[in-house]
Design a protein around this ligand. Structure first.
Ligand SMILES: [Mg+2]
Length: 221
């Protein structure tokens, strides 16, 4: 585990970055899933927002970390709502985390392979790209839906290795999700960093298992 995040950036040959909560502010996703979608569900089903939130929370919990949890089509069907349209309606809330764009503009000039590695569904990836242009910076983009497994699953990393042929020793992977970092660690990814402030509306939260940075901009030292 790298003790010095800035050194990890200098040492790596492949830099893999998560999107939501690592580059883009998770405030948008949290607003969508914890407030806006429950409110729409409440309206459609004529129940209180508190009831809707409870029902959705139970549904979300049962799917957490699975590929379907990240699938907009799954939730559109399950909740009988047009989840992609709801996301588009609120796209003014999409944005980079503080310093994340500057970080990408800097590392794109480094001699390394820059990969976006995300559990995001293609539809949300498209909506977020329209607003931020986040995908422009990358040499390769890998989504769990394309590879057929969520990042929490070892099969994801095997499929990524097959597609990309990366050297685990010289790969730095940055993510805000500890379950995903654990999965990358189990596969043998050499350098891992944990983003502790994925949502600007909330304070930072560290996890003792991984070296912490508040945001990717901290890597620039
Ligand atoms: Mg994330």
């Amino acid at each position: 585990m790298p003790k010095n995040p800035a050194k990890a950036l200098r040492d790596c040959k492949t830099l893999m970055l998560d999107m939501d909560g690592t580059l883009l502010d998770l405030a948008y996703d949290n607003y969508m899933w914890l407030e806006h979608i429950p409110a729409e569900f409440a309206r459609q089903n004529e129940v209180s927002e508190a009831t809707a939130r409870e029902r959705l929370k139970a549904k979300f919990r049962s799917m957490e970390g699975k590929l379907s949890w990240y699938c907009l089509d799954h939730w559109s069907e399950e909740l009988d709502l047009d989840i992609a349209a709801l996301h588009r309606d609120e796209n003014n809330r999409i944005g980079f985390l503080p310093g994340a764009r500057r970080f990408l503009e800097t590392v794109v000039g480094h001699d390394l392979r820059l990969l976006l590695v995300t559990n995001s569904h293609q539809e949300t990836l498209t909506i977020k790209t329209e607003v931020t242009g986040v995908t422009d910076f990358f040499h390769g983009i890998y989504t769990s839906h394309d590879l057929g497994h969520a990042k929490e699953d070892q099969s994801f990393w095997h499929a990524l290795q097959e597609a990309e042929g990366f050297d685990t020793e010289t790969t730095l992977f940055v993510d805000d999700n500890v379950a995903v970092l654990e999965s990358a660690k189990e596969f043998g990814v050499g350098m891992l960093l944990h983003i502790t402030r994925p949502d600007t509306r909330w304070p930072a939260r560290e996890d003792e298992r991984f070296t912490a940075i508040e945001g990717v901009v901290d890597l620039l030292g």
